[in-house]
Ligand binder design. Sequence first.
Ligand code: AQP
Length: 359
Amino acid sequence: MTAFQPRVFSGVQPTGNLHLGNYLGAVSRWVPLQDQMPTIFCVVDSHAITAGFPDPVELSEATREVTAAYMAAGIDPTKSIIFNQSQVREHAELAWIFNCVARMGWLSRMTQFKEKAGKNKENASVGLFAYPNLMAADILAYRATHVPVGDDQKQHLELTRDIAAKFNNDFGERIKELGIGVPNPTPSPELPEQLYFPLTEPMIAGPATRIMSLRDGTKKMSKSDPSDLSRINLTDDSDTIAKKIRKAKTDPDALPSAVEGLADRPEADNLVGIYAALGGLSKEDVLKDFGGQQFSAFKPALSELAVAKLSPMTDEMRRLMDDKVQIDSVLKDGAEKASAIAEPVLKDVRRIIGFLDVR
Ligand code: AQP
């Protein structure tokens, strides 16, 4: 890789209650990164309007709630930049430029658009189709090098790399001429000598990259699933968590003693993965303790662990939500710091493209 300054960027949409999948697949994994490199965590409210405009009051509240969840999970505003996307105009500006870099064919292959638009593609918003370009802009406005996300975002991150590579390539000579960007130690026909945007590395690892629905082990746990029993929300109280785990779909067999025994058992695999991620263990470790046991024994242990891990966070989220002034001040401070990084990047991008700057 090239000598870009390492930087982490990630985000969650304020489209409803955060669930265990968002927590284990994304937010909880951000926490240790804060001590390794500069980190930026965004509440991506501009993405939250792509599938239809939510109620305006609810959107503002959900933005504060996701911020509270970040902080309750351990994202520290003195270490990380926390802000809401719409406050930094550079995201929208760069997304427009990327609309002109990305190809229709690339976006047409995005599976999340196909899933979210469903059968009624003609009626989906242009914003939903162009969502991955905005995501690329979120990341590249900070020239972020690392993006920790769940497995469902893998394809969008590949697109982000394609956009960065095409921009670097299309404007390679110009970037060199202006003397900006960083040298590419391994130039090739695909990547020129001087690069402006990094080819961002996805960070998708661990036992919880795709937490599945508690009602159907073949479907991703999701905020938009109509069944609340399908997910554990970070705002659920202990009784609700225990009830949802008790009612989680399973098969009639005992847990296997080895991970291979979880193949073709999506619900068992999911619950073991959740236990592993919550306990900071591997699936192998969990099966060492629970292999051969029935779900009637495993589910209460899982409930106990989930409540022990999530309850303190839920309490802290409630406490933070009572102090909206504090949340808004964290977001304001974060937006100022984020703008200070993104503004010069967009200034460079305008120069590279040739937009006349007369101000
Ligand atoms: N089930 C999941 N398992 C692991 N990681 C997940 N993520 C989402 N669901 C799971 C990760 O959470 C981060 C934020 O996601 P998002 O809110 O921006 O959007 P999403 O992926 O569309 O989340 P949902 O819950 O599935 O929302 P809806 O229902 O609105 O589509 C990302 O890093 C994502 O990978």
